[in-house]
Design a protein. Structure first.
Length: 282
């Protein structure tokens, strides 16, 4: 079980990188700064749509566009983070200008990521309306696979300047030669995300209870802020981990050896007790 909790050590490494270069926090701050007002604006717009339209085509289109916009912000900031982390661990310096340039080049792929994830979320919303719990579970499972794939594919798209489908094939190639126990990383990140969600619910509930008697609007603003902080932080940690995973896999491929010694420092520092695999299938 200790393997699953290495992710907490990795989080310590992430914070260590931030102290070396505070610019690494820019994607997280930007995500929150954009998503909170966007979320509030979309919620207000949806509120003023008559109830009968909310349940029909117009409501679904408005909701879908809003979800797409939020995911585009989330994934665009993840792209910025991928570029910054890759430069920081490989060169010791990271520039927001370079990160922005790379991410803008990958905007078509990011749009595809956001559109597909929004469709999954919209399908879950429709299943909830119809009380189709089995359908909701199936779509929710597929959505979890897709969102994980998003963060796995992103580094190939950003750092190798590949189109969406080429990046998908490249990521599949690296995953087939997995030196990193990526399943352990996925489970570990799932544990962290779950704990963050519990913290968000607890703090958000407490804030809502305290602020509601003062101002219901202020209470809602606090709730929106905390939810977006949770989503932005989760995306930030995932993009950090999968960027380092990608860089490690690429080095293992190049050296034809699956060795922890080839991992970027944030991963290598928490994987020091793992033994090198005997070979590389690629």
């Amino acid at each position: 079980m200790s393997s699953f909790f290495r992710v907490f050590g990795y989080m310590g490494q992430v914070f260590g990188m931030i102290t070396q270069n505070p610019m690494l926090l820019a994607p997280l701050v930007l995500n929150i700064a954009l998503a909170v007002p966007l979320n509030i604006a979309l919620s207000v717009a949806y509120y003023f749509v008559p109830y009968e339209y909310q349940q029909g085509f117009v409501g679904h289109v408005l909701l879908g566009l809003g979800i797409f916009a939020l995911y585009f912000v989330d994934y665009f900031c993840a792209g910025l983070n991928t570029s910054l982390v890759a430069d920081q661990v490989t060169t010791g310096t990271a520039s927001i200008g370079t990160a922005l340039s790379r991410t803008l080049r990958a905007s078509i792929g990011i749009t595809i990521f956001a559109a597909v994830t929004a469709l999954f979320d919209l399908a879950i919303h429709v299943a909830n309306q119809r009380r189709d719990w089995i359908g909701r579970m199936i779509v929710g499972f597929l959505r979890s696979i897709w969102t994980t794939a998003t963060y796995v594919i992103m580094p190939s798209m950003l750092l190798e300047n590949l189109g969406f489908f080429d990046a998908l094939r490249r990521s599949k190639q690296l995953m087939e030669n997995d030196p990193t126990q990526v399943g352990v990383g996925v489970v570990g990140l799932g544990i962290v995300t779950w704990l963050l969600s519990l913290l968000t619910v607890f703090v958000g509930g407490a804030a809502f209870t305290v602020l509601s008697p003062i101002s219901p609007i202020l209470a809602m603003l606090a709730a929106f802020f905390l939810v977006n902080v949770f989503w932005a932080t989760s995306a930030y940690l995932k993009s950090n981990y999968y960027t380092c995973f990608y860089l490690w896999s690429r080095e293992c491929e190049r050296h034809h050896q699956a060795s922890p010694a080839l991992a970027p420092a944030p991963l290598k520092n928490v994987l020091g007790d793992l033994q090198a695999a005997p070979g590389w299938a690629g």
